[in-house]
Ligand binder design. Structure first.
Ligand code: PSV
Ligand code: MN
Ligand code: MN
Length: 407
């Protein structure tokens, strides 16, 4: 088989570079990336939601579509849910449905932004009864997580203001902490609260958790069950995200990722479509942390919840998810090919060019034969995109018609 010929050559080249290829293969097999239920439904911009044919009509069908992504990639065994978008009468039934499809329910995401009451904030609202309503929803999500055996509740807040003087920053900070503490106290000891930050939108003057430092500080104040979630689309242009990632790893407070790509703002596009090198450098920091001498850093890196947070507005959703998973896997594989000893040596000698070369060289490797071999060994499709496209599933779901679930 052609694949074998190319793989044999690849293996030889990597051995010559001092790479332990069996270790790399086992790391790639362990990489799992969660898909978001909302990425399978119809979505759009504030200008228009374009309805696609065959979109899932309820949470159960979203899981059926997500199962296709996992079936062909072998790399996305869990699905994040968003409440109330995925509200069902019987969460145990949703859990069994997921399991029957070889999936599990991943992070539970509360929604504190789509209710009229939240016009001026949720957990930061000046009105105590609205803060209480927001807290009750957070507690409801902890209960749902317990019911479906999910260990993660993932928080993103739209809270913020549009004008100077609109609200009291310090007061809002205290209210947010108070609400989150109530939620934190209700979580089991093995549960995790992931705190996401974003510097703008929908609020344009200030947001209450504007950056990683604020999320990190909040997590620290709450306790060890709280960690930071890095959404790759939530930074000002030119932010060095890999540095933030390394810092949070070292502080043992990096909980997870929302992967997506963007060109201008929080565009929620297919991860690595625009920024493959940025995602690579982030993953490279993680791979390096996996080899740290501090076991705390190693276990933080090993517990990262990798998730996609994307909306597919004009492209078909299932293949867009497959593409995204493959992109992350591809860049993670490249990151595993950095010769860390060589890099360390170059850093110690302050050899700038050799250090940069060590990081760049791995990025430039074509990992196609490696990934094909890994997929074959995992029992996944060697070419997941092609296999999905030939499976007939896309045609089958057209009977659902238009007007499926939307966010
Ligand atoms: C809004 O910015 C957002 O994209 C956040 O990234 C959340 O994680 C996501 O929506 C789901 O609520
Ligand atoms: Mn996000
Ligand atoms: Mn976002």
């Amino acid at each position: 088989m052609m694949t074998d010929k190319y793989y044999a050559l690849f293996e030889e080249q990597q051995k010559d570079r001092g790479i332990n290829i069996e270790k790399v293969k086992s790391k790639i097999k362990q990489l799992k990336v969660e898909t978001p239920s909302w990425g399978f439904g119809d979505s759009g911009t504030r200008f228009k939601v374009f309805e696609q044919e065959g979109v899932p009509r309820d949470p159960f069908e979203k899981f059926e579509d997500a199962a296709q992504v996992h079936k062909f990639t072998g790399t996305s065994p869990s699905v994040a849910i968003h409440i109330p978008w995925d509200k069902v009468d019987d969460y145990k039934a949703l859990k069994s449905h997921a399991e029957s499809l070889d999936l599990s329910i991943g992070a539970v995401n509360p929604n504190l932004f789509q209710d009229n009451d939240y016009k001026f904030g949720s957990v930061t609202n000046v009105d105590k009864s609205i803060r209480q309503k927001a807290t009750d929803h957070l507690l409801e999500c902890v209960d749902i997580a317990k019911e479906v055996d999910s260990k993660i509740v993932s928080l993103w807040f739209a809270d913020g203001t549009n004008y100077p003087g609109q609200a009291d920053f310090r007061q809002r900070k205290k209210w947010m902490q108070e609400c989150l503490q109530t939620m934190y106290d209700k979580m089991d000891s093995d549960m995790r609260m992931l705190i996401e930050y974003k510097f703008f939108e929908p609020a344009f003057y200030h947001t209450d958790l504007a950056d990683w430092g604020m999320a990190f500080n909040m997590a620290n104040k709450l306790g060890p069950k709280a960690e930071v979630l890095v959404d790759t689309g939530h930074h000002p242009q030119a932010t060095n995200i890999e540095h933030i990632v390394a810092y949070l790893l070292d502080e043992k407070r990096l909980g997870g990722f929302h992967f997506n790509s963007r060109k201008y703002a929080d565009d929620d596009l297919i991860v690595a479509a625009h920024n493959p090198h940025e995602i690579y450098l982030i993953l490279q920091q993680i791979v390096a942390a996996e080899e740290d001498s501090d076991q705390g850093v190693v276990s933080t890196a090993g517990n990262i919840a990798y998730m996609l947070d994307q909306c597919h507005n004009v492209e078909p959703k299932i293949p867009a998810m497959i593409r995204s998973i493959l992109n992350v896997q591809n860049l993670y594989a490249k990151a595993c090919l950095v010769n860390l000893e060589e890099l360390k040596e170059a850093q110690e000698k302050q050899d700038v060019l050799r250090a940069e070369q060590a990081v760049r060289e791995a990025y430039e490797c074509d990992v196609t034969p490696l990934l094909q071999a890994v997929r074959e060994e995992m029992g996944a499709a060697v070419d997941p995109m092609k296999a999905y496209q030939e499976s007939g599933y896309a045609e089958k779901i057209l009977t659902r018609g238009k007007g499926g679930a939307s966010w």
